[in-house]
Design a protein around this ligand. Sequence first.
Ligand code: FE2
Ligand code: FE2
Length: 162
Amino acid sequence: MINDKMAKALNEQINEELYSSYLYLAMSAWFESQNLPGFAAWMKVQAREEHAHALKFFEFIHECRGRVVLQAIQEPAREWKSPLAAFEAALKHEQHITGRMDKLMNLALAEKDYATAGLLQWFVKEQVEEEASADRIVQMLKMAANAPGALLMLDHQMGERK
Ligand SMILES: [Fe+2]
Ligand SMILES: [Fe+2]
């Protein structure tokens, strides 16, 4: 069983994960408009991963006999100044999600809800990877800024993500 307070907090996280998916899909669409299909494909994979995160919480709440309540998803931005600006926004967003996971973990431990804490441990670890991959791309885009052709090479490389 899951208590109401914890279920409410996990429901809010479903919304955050769906928003993450929506944000990265918006970034994918923007990269398409910039003729960078590799970056667009990478973001589409990322959007799918965030959707899977939402489902992980969705299924967990049901497994614990809680109630899932879906709420409106906020509209994401449409434009970014540059590929670097988009990935800086993605990194900032992941840092925000990491902060949310920490708060959820604090709540789970305060409520002595060790089942939820177990699920959250997976997400805490996942966030380390999420921040690292966004940061790596930010750094590569910074290096590419002064090297003609580097952005296109990077685009090709990004497109290989499955
Ligand atoms: Fe996520
Ligand atoms: Fe993420």
